[in-house]
Design a protein around this ligand. Structure first.
Ligand SMILES: NC(=O)c1ccc[n+]([C@@H]2O[C@H](COP(=O)([O-])OP(=O)(O)OC[C@H]3O[C@@H](n4cnc5c(N)ncnc54)[C@H](O)[C@@H]3O)[C@@H](O)[C@H]2O)c1
Length: 415
């Protein structure tokens, strides 16, 4: 073993020998020694004062501790359309919220709105991170104490999923697995998972109940179904409370006009019918293309179940409250009423006051004729029912669209 102590003593001895016999040298050494001790003491005292004064070092972040009476929810994808509305509702209901989003599809503007509404410390934090990065996900869970996770983050366009299936399996299935691993490792008690009616595919019988067989027909639906299966298998070995919510077609925006739907312009081509209607009403596109008029439906156009985003987040909060340790709940979140594309366009014309030009084209491959939910189970077990009509919902969405011509980019006056 090397004896460092002895070597040091020897060196010191050598130094003193070189100075030996000279009194002044000895006195100077003593003075240096006292001075060094004094300096060290002063420095230590200064450090202690600084540490005591620094709030970040004395007080742990409220997000990193469990506080009795406070439920801390991790909202993945909280910068997106549905996630931001969920955060608004959670904050209004006194939850503590952490948003994790990589802003690949969401809007920083939505987070700014939420931060302005809830600026108090310990209410809302935003973490910019990609859920595909295992180390980042682990770090987020290790540094924060979550009571529940609402996992919204996902790429979510059926058309895009057929063009780039691997992106969908990676972003939806694989990222859910990573989130779940951290949920397990850090013992988070509740998970509310955003699933979709696309996991049912094209069932023969309508309306769709939670018992309807899941036979997804596109990569988006398949990736979500796989994520559901992973969650269900894990839940068998854990006491985590799980709620899987299968949404139908989500529309609308915050009734008070603070948040709305603002997808990236480059995603327009994959976009949803409400976005296309509003774009047509604002003359961003020349008109609306309705694909397929020969389906076996009352007016020949496809039928969908349009659920308002405020109603949808209400179902999430109810699911969060009702989630039970070691149990799984699976719920359809829809109105139970199908509306045809023609009916949707008429409602949109009414809501916007614009006589939107409509072009009728042949069917788009992969579209199913009719999809609408049976929301009985949600009503009975979650005490949840959709409140907004299609027209109400479109009116609210239009109000936001009119006042946010560039999405969250630049606010313009309400017309
Ligand atoms: N909008 C609908 O009609 C609908 C219907 C059924 C289910 N859903 C589901 O609801 C959820 C939310 O959908 P939305 O319409 O709000 O979509 P959105 O695109 O507006 O929001 C998704 C958010 O997730 C974020 N995100 C994506 N990948 C990420 C990653 N790897 N790491 C971190 N953040 C990431 C995006 O930046 C975005 O902010 C999705 O899971 C979607 O599948 C939506």
């Amino acid at each position: 073993m090397l004896n460092f102590g002895r070597a040091r003593n020897q060196a010191r001895a050598a130094r003193s020998m070189a100075l030996g016999g000279m009194d002044y040298a000895d006195t100077k050494r003593k003075g240096n020694f006292v001075g060094k001790i004094f300096l060290a003491a002063a420095f230590t005292a200064l450090c202690i004062i600084m540490i005591k004064r620094s709030p970040s070092l004395t007080t742990p972040s409220p997000f990193s501790i469990r506080e009795p009476g406070v439920t801390h929810v991790l909202v993945t994808g909280g910068a997106g359309f549905i996630g931001s509305h969920a955060v608004l509702r959670l904050l209004r209901d006194s939850y503590r919220v952490t948003i994790v989003d990589n802003l690949s599809r969401g809007n920083l503007g939505a987070i700014r709105v939420l931060q302005d509404l809830f600026p108090q410390p310990g209410r809302l934090q935003f973490i910019y991170a990609d859920l595909g990065d295992k180390n980042s996900v682990d770090k987020i869970f290790s540094e924060n104490k979550f009571d529940a996770v609402m996992h919204f983050a996902a790429v979510a366009y059926v058309g895009e999923s057929t063009l780039d299936p691997l992106k969908y399996y990676h972003n939806i299935t694989s990222n859910t697995l990573l989130v779940l691993e951290s949920i397990a490792k850090y013992d988070v008690k509740k998970l509310i998972y955003s699933s979709t009616c696309a996991t049912y595919g094209e069932p023969e019988k309508m309306p769709i109940t939670e018992e309807t067989p899941q036979v997804p027909i596109n990569p988006y639906g398949k990736a979500k179904k796989m994520a559901e299966d992973i969650i269900l298998d894990f839940s068998k070995k854990s006491d985590m409370a799980v709620m899987i919510l299968r949404y139908f077609n989500v529309i609308g925006s915050d009734p008070e006009g603070r948040l709305g739907e603002a997808p990236r312009p480059e995603l327009r081509e994959h976009g949803r019918i409400s976005g296309a209607c509003f774009d047509a009403a604002r003359n961003i596109i020349p008109g609306l293309k309705v694909r397929g008029t020969d389906y076996k439906t009352a007016d020949g156009t496809c039928v969908r179940d349009y659920i308002d985003v405020t109603d949808l987040v209400d179902a999430h909060v109810k699911a969060l409250e009702k989630a039970q340790t070691g149990k799984v709940g699976i719920y359809n979140v829809g109105t139970g009423k199908g509306s045809s594309v023609k009916e949707f366009v008429d409602a949109c014309k009414k809501a916007t006051g614009v006589n939107i030009k409509v072009e009728f084209l042949p069917r788009r491959p992969g579209d199913y004729a009719e999809v609408y939910s049976d929301p009985t189970k949600s009503r009975l077990e979650l005490n949840w029912t959709a409140q907004y009509t299609l027209e109400d919902s479109l009116k609210m969405a239009w109000r936001w669209q009119k006042s946010h011509r560039d999405g969250y980019g630049a606010l313009t006056a309400v017309l």
